[in-house]
Design a protein around this ligand. Structure first.
Ligand code: PLP
Length: 402
C-alpha cells in the first residue's frame, strides 16, 4: 500500500482540475494578450479563474494577481511593498517562523538597507500581539505574518494583528501594510480577506489539488506595489510575463472545488488527523504534538517522538510505502534542523525526533490505519535498537501537548 501523508509539500491534482486544464494545452493554446479569437478565449478562461480564486477568499476579481506560486507571491508582496514605500520608511516586521520565501526576501532587503524585526513565537507557535505592537515604529511599512505555519499548522491571530495595523494607521503610521502568507491555510480553513483585514495574501495552487507553478497574490484595491518582474503590462501591470493559461485555469478549478467542498473537506481531514493522533498517543509514550492543538489547520500534525531520529523514521516509513516529512527543510541539498521548531524552543533532540504528517481531502481511514500500523512496527524496532533497548509501547495518555 502507498500512503501519501506529505500534502503540505504538495497535493495530487484533482481529476476535475486536470480535465479543466487539458484543452488549454492543445486546442485552446492562445496567448491571453492576443486580440484574435484564440487569444480572447484564453483571456476569458483566465478571467473565469480570477473570479473562482476571488470567490474562494472573498476578494474582488480585480484584486487577484496570477503568478508562478506561493514563493513569487511572497516575494512580490514583501519586495513590492518595500520598494514602493521605501521613501516613507524602511522597517519591516515579520516572524521567525515564516516560510523561507518571506524570510529570505526580508534578508535580501536587509542587505539593501531595510531594517527587519523577526518576532518570536511562543512554545505553541503563536506570535504575541504585544510584540507586534511594541515592534511598530513610525518607519514601519510592512507587517508580514503567515496565516498557517507549514510545519505545525498553527494559525496566527491575523484579525487581531489587523486591528493593531488599523490602530497604527489611525495613529499616523500611514504607509503601514499587512501581508499574510496563506499558502497552507487556503482550502484547509475558511480564508476571507475582508474578515482577516489584510492588504495582501499569498496562495499557491499545488497545495489545493491544483497544478504546480501557479499561484496568486491578493492585493487590496488601491494598494501601491512595486514590480519585481519587468516586461509587458500583464496582470494590470502587476506581473509581467505571458500568462500560464493552463496553470491559471487549473488554479481556478482547484479554488472552485476548495470553496464548494470546504466544510466537507475540513471535517474529513480533521477527523482523520485527530484519529491519527489518538492512535499514536495511545500506542506510545514519549510523544508530543508540536504547535497549538486548538489553533491549527485541519490537515497537519507535527509530532516529536522521544528517542527517535526523524530522518531514520522517515526513511523506514518510506520503505513501507508511507510518505511523511521531517521538520527539516532540505535547503541546498543539506538537511538543516527546522528553524520553526527551533523558534518554538524545542530541544535539539525534540527537533530531531519530529515528523510532520499532512493529510489531504483524498486521505482515507484505511490509509491512516496502515500508516499507524507501520509507524508502530517501525518505532518499536528503532527504539529496540537503542542502548538499553526496551520498547516504549503503550502507556496511553502520557502525551505532553506543547
Ligand atoms: N509559503 C508557505 C507557507 C509554504 O508552505 C510554501 C510551500 O511549501 C510556499 C510559501 C511556497 O509556495 P510554492 O511552492 O507555490 O512556491
Amino acid at each position: 500500500m502507498k500512503v501519501y501523508l506529505d500534502n503540505s509539500a504538495t497535493t495530487a491534482m484533482a481529476r476535475e482540475v486536470v480535465e479543466a486544464m487539458l484543452p488549454y494545452f492543445t486546442d485552446e493554446f492562445g496567448n491571453a494578450q492576443s486580440v484574435h479569437s484564440f487569444g480572447q478565449r484564453a483571456k476569458s478562461a483566465v478571467e473565469k479563474a480570477r473570479r473562482q480564486v476571488a470567490g474562494l477568499i472573498n476578494a474582488a476579481p480585480g484584486e487577484v494577481v496570477f503568478l508562478s506560486g506561493g514563493t513569487e507571491a511572497d516575494n512580490l508582496a514583501v519586495r513590492g511593498i518595500a520598494e514602493a514605500h521605501g521613501d516613507h520608511g524602511r522597517h519591516i516586521i515579520t516572524t521567525r517562523i515564516e516560510h523561507p520565501a518571506v524570510l529570505a526576501t526580508c534578508e535580501a532587503l536587509e542587505g539593501a538597507g531595510y531594517r527587519v524585526t523577526y518576532l518570536p513565537a511562543s512554545r505553541n507557535g503563536i506570535v504575541d500581539i504585544a510584540d507586534v505592537r511594541n515592534a511598530l515604529g513610525d518607519d514601519t511599512i510592512l507587517i508580514s505574518v503567515m496565516l498557517a505555519n507549514n510545519e505545525t499548522g498553527t494559525i496566527q491571530p491575523i484579525e487581531e494583528i489587523a486591528a493593531v495595523v488599523a490602530e497604527a494607521r489611525t495613529g499616523g503610521i500611514e504607509h503601514l501594510h499587512f501581508h499574510t502568507d496563506a499558502v497552507q491555510a487556503v482550502g484547509k480553513t475558511a480564508v476571507d480577506v475582508k474578515r482577516l483585514g489584510v492588504d495582501l495574501l499569498s496562495l499557491s495552487s499545488h497545495k489545493i489539488h491544483g497544478p504546480k507553478g501557479a499561484g496568486a497574490l491578493y492585493v487590496r484595491k488601491g494598494t501601491r506595489l512595486a514590480k519585481i518582474l519587468y516586461g509587458g503590462h500583464h496582470e494590470r501591470d502587476r506581473r509581467a510575463g505571458t500568462e500560464n493559461v493552463p496553470g491559471i485555469v487549473g488554479l481556478g478549478a482547484a479554488a472552485e472545488l476548495a470553496r464548494v467542498n470546504l466544510d466537507k473537506r475540513v471535517n474529513l481531514m480533521r477527523e482523520l488527523r485527530d484519529y491519527l493522533e489518538r492512535e499514536v498517543i495511545s500506542r506510545f509514550s514519549g510523544v508530543r504534538i508540536n504547535g497549538d492543538v486548538e489553533h491549527r489547520v485541519s490537515n497537519i500534525s507535527n509530532i516529536s517522538f522521544d528517542a527517535i531520529d526523524g530522518e531514520s523514521l522517515l526513511i523506514a516509513l518510506d520503505l513501507k510505502g508511507v510518505a511523511v516529512s521531517t521538520g527539516s527543510a532540505c535547503a541546498s541539498g543539506s538537511l538543516e534542523p527546522s528553524h520553526v521548531l527551533q523558534a518554538l524552543g524545542l530541544s535539539r533532540d525534540e527537533v530531531r525526533g519530529s515528523l510532520r504528517f499532512s493529510l489531504s481531502a483524498f486521505t482515507t481511514r484505511d490509509e491512516i490505519d496502515y500508516a499507524v500500523s507501520v509507524l508502530a512496527e517501525t518505532i518499536t524496532r528503532l527504539r529496540e535498537m537503542l542502548p538499553g533497548g526496551e520498547t516504549d509501547v503503550v502507556e496511553a495518555g502520557s502525551v505532553a501537548k506543547s
